[in-house]
Structure formats: structure tokens, C-alpha cells
Design a protein around this ligand. Sequence first.
Ligand code: GRF
Length: 214
Amino acid sequence: MGKKKVGVLVSGRGSNLQALLDACRDPAYPAEIVLVISNVAGAYALERARAAGVATCVVSHKDYASREEFDAAMDVHLRQAGVEIVCLAGFMRLLSAPFVQGWDGRMVNIHPSLLPSFKGLNTHARAIEAGVKLHGCTVHLVTPDLDDGPILVQASVPVMADDTEEALAARVLEQEHVAYPLALRLLAEGRVRVDGNRARVDWPGGGALVNPVP
Ligand code: GRF
């Protein structure tokens, strides 16, 4: 079976993109990244894509009158490149429902919390403030609601008593770089079946990654 063609949407530093690019170097990995789109011209993620020999393009939201038109422009690029799966990797724009629905079951996002806790921004500071003892990241299928949608993979990390936001973010990010390549692999291999709000994942543990005890 051929590799699934993947498009990645980015806005910033692109460390998750890098994790996916690295995973794709394995000949046995079931996906290849064919296009990286950034809404920010200077995003470091674009340099990472170029260094890996992956096609890039910039679609700036500032050039479009509405969210729908911006999304439609990205959609054209993705379809032209033959993309089959879209990965959001630190893409900092909300997406319109028609665009999301056009990729139903084939668009994934990584979020730096154990969803459904801490949707939205500043997840690490909010986790510390809430006093949770476990935090982590989630890779999920994208639905029109923000940080919602069937969960494919979650990885947990401990929250230490003296954690700063930066220390906790770094601990979670390390797990993001494990969770995202796994989730993309599971989707590309057809191991995901959506059952209502749940993703049934054909994988030991069903997609849960747990950090060693501190
Ligand atoms: C990550 O924390 C990701 O979970 C969130 O945005 C951040 C992107 O980081 N959606 P990077 O650009 O992949 O380094």
C-alpha cells in the first residue's frame, strides 16, 4: 500500500512538524508530508520543511476578507497537492466549519492538555493554577468546535510541585513529539474507527501513552 499524503498547517516554530518529518524518514512509516502551509511568512516551521525538501507555501489570513475565503485558499493548495490527511501543528487560526467538514475524519490536531480539560490557550499555566497532578497532550480528529473531536492519542506527564509554566511546557512538548507521529501512523494505517464522539483505535492501550512515574 502506498504512503498517505499529508499536508501540515503551521504558524510558528514547528517542533511538532519536525517530529512528523523525522518519523516520515522511516521507510516503513505509512505517511509522507507533501506540503506545509503557513499563514505566517516568517514561521521557522517553513525552514524546517525546506530543509527536509518538502514543498511549502504561505497563505496569509491577512490577504482574505473572511475566514471562509482564507480556508478555501488553503483547501485549493491541499487538494492540488493530492493531500489525503491534514495535520494541524501549532496552527493558530480558527477554521471555518465548511473547511473542517471537507476533511471530516482526515484532519488532526495536537493540543497541549489532556482534553477535555483546558481547551484553548495558556494550558500549562492553567493546569498549574488548577493544581492538577497529571497534565499532557492530546491528538484528536478535528471537528468544527475548538479543541473538540474524537481523541486518537493522549500522553500524560506529572505536574511537579515546583513547576514553572516553561518547565511543564517542555515536559509536555517532549511527549507531543511522541504522540503526534503515533497518531498520524494510526490514522494512516486505517486503525481508527469513529464511533459517535469516540475514536476506537486499534492499538495496544487504545492510544494511551503514560510517562514513567517521577
Ligand atoms: C504545541 O504545544 C501544540 O500542542 C500547540 O501549539 C504548539 C506548537 O508548537 N497546538 P510547535 O510549533 O509544534 O513547536
